[in-house]
Design a protein around this ligand. Sequence first.
Ligand SMILES: [Cu+2]
Length: 154
Amino acid sequence: MKRMFFVVAAAAIFVSLAITSPAYAATHEVQMLNRNPDNAKQRMVFLPSYLQIAPGDTVIFKAVDKGHNTVSIKGMIPEGATPWKSKMNKDFEVTLKKEGVYGYKCMPHFGMGMVGVIQVGGDIANLETAKGAKMPGKAKKVFDEIFAEMESGE
Ligand SMILES: [Cu+2]
């Protein structure tokens, strides 16, 4: 009888935790790679380079290949959002709560177009501001492709 009570109590605690904690928040993975396995011509990439997540979700950047990091780009994240900067060659995890568009780069490969976008929620009010941020040639091309994909999906 005591054991039965324990099982019920444990189940009740589990259920209440599932409801009250952000158990619905998902985790997404972005790989940092020297080469896109789907397109050998594309070198130094985040995969996927465009990710849509819900507010409160976590993104894990996986240092699959060496020589990369992830840094949010000034002017390309929603106002009031916290910027991030990871260490080279290390996995990095960021939880994004504020809705909007987040542009980020790999510091050593920014000029080679190693950039990505995370869209949090449905509010893309800062997209135009993000588009106006300063970026080197190849990065601009990659961002333009991602933005076009975003806008066609809306
Ligand atoms: Cu890189």
